[in-house]
Design a protein around this ligand. Structure first.
Ligand code: CDP
Length: 806
């Protein structure tokens, strides 16, 4: 070290590595309208597709007459199932092992289903032509109730499965039944529940909702007939998987398909699946030889692309008289709509719902999930959630509240009494998971203290007295939640999608002048990967984050990866990034030792350089090492400085959090006011605290929407009642509550930098916190359970049913 050398703390800060609240590098272009989304792609001669969709939820198609549409000037083609059948593309595989119609084949099974695809010279002509396609329908009886779907005389929805008693996930017991998935020890659980001091039982419903990214789904398919290469730009959360599936379905060799996810305006699980629009655009481009664009509108997105949740969860929880939980059982009736298109790892037909023992040390548990078909849109995606974890967290956090009522116990104390203790990690849950690390008691105590929980309870007691005395018409609810997430799928041995193991990847190239490019198998949809993955690398290889470009989403350049959903980017691709960085550093160490004329073992890493042990004034910076890699012939070493890492995570990561919502409720109007929302998250090592805070704000706002108003509702005829943003609640700045964020840090023991995912935690944790606040406000008046979403009307109705309107 010489006098000019800044101390290593200063050098570390200059890197803007782990822990730095570095500003998002993406925002410069996003805030100046320079993003490049699918609909920004314009190509010479490009055509536009639009769908004829079914107005009925269940009907036989008697005729399709496209003559008038085809006669409209500017219309190029109208595709129907009959056109796709010779190519065997009128049906497609779903991610869940089922098949789904690309275009209606003989009948329609949900309102908004794709019936015909019009291709025209521009979007407006395509839309006009859609109106001219005449489709004859013969209405069939509609099933919207998942319990009615399994009645002996229920109409057969999936005629293509007639007589099939075996599905992708085992036996089917009824023509509308998809699978039964069981976990845990049934006999032992029944025994415990049958002999317990106290048993609480409840039906908890997590309603059907929908991820609502600002950018809807779309693609541009371009078949270059000269070189035989198909390029597809699309809103894809897993571009490599799309390429493989496109190759398998179309028969086009995979090296001749290039899939590019450009900027994506939010995904939240909505852009994981394969939609008919992609297939039809590709077919149309292959047939016409020119690029074809398809971008759905908002109503199409809400009605026809993947829904989320719709789980009816019947639970039983038992405890000793003093509140020690002894067992848990859950039976789920899962409404999957017309096709089983859930986006879950293959072996998990109900996703990771078996994390439903939550943060609690529950000795025995049993879970059974029945999937059924109804006349609703297919999907079942993880809406800002790691494969049904949101449902699981909502279930257990409601069951805890219900048990607290039955025990006459404070719900915060009941949680505290049953948390998995710090010394129990790694913890094996009764339903089969190994939780990696946690310190729930510390987080919980910090949260309760931060909101002055005791004070709030005193205030609530006073409020109840005042209400009863007629001094106020407002109630106070304190919504508690302690959630445990499970994010970062793989490992490959447990988790695959369509046979593709869920690892992820990073490739790094260091340029001679000491800057770098890193390419990953994931794809940001607004999470800020270009900012944070550069930070991981900065800390690993000592090159400033500002000198590292991060690139994702182009299958011709990025290493193979399974994409971004289920908060898997940091746990899996983030780990791959660190590991690739370490390979770079290992080679850099050899180069440094050669340049310093010492043995490899005689140099040590110091922030951004290798220095000779015991002689820190003799060093080589990464910048110098990078240059040497390209201009020195180093014995035994190849030139260049590059590395690639494919990371198969040994386990998932288990972030957790303590959320508390304080809510005022006006019993006469049903209106609510969020007085305080406190969110403590533990996502292990924090890469970028500012981005984490942004993730919490965004996810909690989605959670607020879901808990307090957002739903996809159907009438008895299968009509979607909430198909526009006039009816589907999307909070604006006006409704969005203020959040106080906080944290503890419990690193993951198996992640190279100790990081866990965080993107979904606020959605998982906030929904039960908001909902529990509503329930808690009415607890003193006898409410045990009511269903979300808690819009003004439902809250008013609850108050009314409890006799609070006099
Ligand atoms: O997979 P996805 O990107 O949706 O979720 P994530 O892995 O939880 O990451 C969301 C964002 O938060 C990314 O920019 C991460 O790098 C960042 N993050 C962080 O700064 N520190 C963590 N421990 C976890 C995530």
């Amino acid at each position: 070290m010489n006098e000019m050398t800044p101390p290593n703390t200063e050098r570390a800060a200059a890197l803007k590595g782990l822990g730095s609240s570095r500003k998002r590098v993406e925002d410069a272009r996003f805030t100046q309208g320079k993003g490049n989304y699918v609909d920004d792609i314009k190509m010479p001669g490009m055509l536009f597709g639009d769908f004829v969709r079914s107005p009925y939820a269940h009907a036989r198609i008697t005729s399709i007459n496209a003559d008038k549409a085809k006669a409209l000037p500017g219309v190029i083609a109208v595709l129907t199932a009959a056109d796709l059948a010779p190519l065997n593309l009128h049906w497609m595989p779903t991610l869940a092992g089922d098949v789904q119609m690309v275009l209606a084949d003989g009948k329609v099974l949900f309102q908004g289903q794709e019936v015909a695809f019009v291709v025209a010279e521009n979007r407006y002509i395509a839309a006009d032509a859609v109106e001219l396609v005449e489709v004859g329908y013969e209405e069939l009886p509609v099933v919207v109730d998942p319990f009615a779907a399994e009645a002996p005389d229920a109409p057969v929805l999936r005629e293509d499965l007639a007589g099939k008693t075996e599905g992708a996930h085992g036996p089917r017991r009824h023509h509308n039944h998809i699978f039964t998935w069981e976990q845990g020890d049934r006999d032992a659980t029944e025994k415990v529940l049958g002999s317990a001091d106290v048993v609480a039982e409840e039906m908890v419903y997590y309603h059907r909702t929908h991820p609502c990214p600002l950018e809807t789904c779309g693609c541009v398919a371009s078949m270059d007939k000269v070189n035989g290469k198909l390029t597809v730009w699309g809103t894809f959360q897993a571009p490599h998987a799309v390429r493989t599936v496109a190759s398998l379905i179309s028969g086009i060799a995979e090296h001749n398909i290039r899939v590019i996810s450009p900027d994506i305006g939010g995904g939240f699980g909505n852009k994981v699946g394969v939609y008919p629009g992609y297939i039809c655009s590709i077919v149309a481009s292959i047939v016409t030889g020119v690029p074809v664009k398809w971008v759905e509108d908002r109503m199409e997105n809400l009605m026809a692309t993947a829904f989320a949740r719709d789980y009816w969860m019947k639970g039983k929880i038992s405890a000793t008289k003093d509140g020690k939980i002894t067992g848990l059982s859950c039976h789920v009736t899962a409404d999957h709509g017309a096709f089983d298109a859930c986006a879950d790892p293959t072996k998990f037909p109900a996703g990771f719902f078996n994390i439903c023992t939550g943060s609690y040390d529950i000795p025995v548990a049993y879970l059974a999930v029945d999937g059924v078909y109804t006349n609703k849109a297919p999907g079942g995606v993880a809406y800002r959630c790691s494969f049904r974890v949101t449902e699981a967290a909502y279930f257990i956090e409601r069951m805890i509240e219900v048990l607290a009522i039955k025990l006459g116990m404070d719900a915060a104390e009941l949680r505290r009494k049953n948390f998995i203790r710090k010394d129990q990690f790694p913890y094996h849950s009764a339903l089969g998971w190994e939780y990696d690390s946690g310190d729930y008691h510390t987080a919980w105590d910090k949260a309760l203290k931060a909101v002055d929980y005791e004070g709030l309870r005193r205030e609530q007691a006073q409020r109840i007295q005042d209400f009863k005395a007629g001094k106020t018409r407002k109630l106070l609810g304190i919504g508690l939640t302690h959630f445990t997430e499970i994010v970062g799928a793989g490992p490959v041995k447990n988790c695959d999608i369509l046979g593709l193991g869920m690892f992820d990847s990073c490739e790094i190239r260091i340029h001679p002048t000491g800057s770098a490019i890193a390419r990953l198998g994931t794809i940001s949809q607004g999470q800020g990967h270009a900012t944070t993955f550069a930070q991981i690398l900065a800390s690993e290889i000592g090159i400033p984050a500002d000198d590292i470009t991060v690139e994702e989403g182009d299958t011709d350049t990025a290493p193979y990866g399974l994409g971004t959903y289920g908060s898997r980017s940091t746990p899996v691709a983030g780990a791959a990034t660190a590991m690739a960085g370490r390979k770079i550093r290992a080679k850099a160490q050899m180069i440094a030792a050669y340049l310093l004329e010492v043995h490899d073992d005689d140099v040590e890493w110091d922030v951004d350089r290798f220095a000779v042990k015991g002689a820190p004034e003799r060093f080589k910076t990464m910048k110098e090492i990078a240059f040497a890699a390209y201009n020195q012939a180093i014995p035994g070493l190849e030139p260049g400085l590059e590395a690639v890492s494919y990371f198969d995570p040994p386990n998932m990561t288990y972030p957790f959090g303590a959320y508390i919502c304080v809510m005022e409720i006006d019993v006469d109007t049903g209106e609510h006011e969020i007085r305080q929302f406190y969110a403590l998250d533990d996502c292990g090592t924090r890469i970028n605290p500012m981005i984490i805070e942004g993730q919490i704000h965004g996810g909690a706002t989605e959670g607020y929407a879901i808990a307090m108003g957002q739903e996809i509702a159907y009438d008895d005829m299968g009509n979607v009642k909430t198909g526009t943003l006039m009816d589907f609640f999307l909070p604006t700045a006006w409704e969005t509550p203020h959040y106080t964020t906080d944290f503890t840090v419990t690193p993951s023991p198996h992640h190279p930098i100790g990081a866990k995912g965080v993107g979904e935690s606020p959605n998982v944790g906030s929904v039960p916190a908001f909902s529990n606040a509503v329930h808690d406000a009415f607890r003193a008046f006898g409410l045990t359970q009511t269903h979300m979403p808690h819009d003004h009307w439902r809250i008013w109705k609850t108050a009314h049913e409890l006799g609070l309107h006099g």
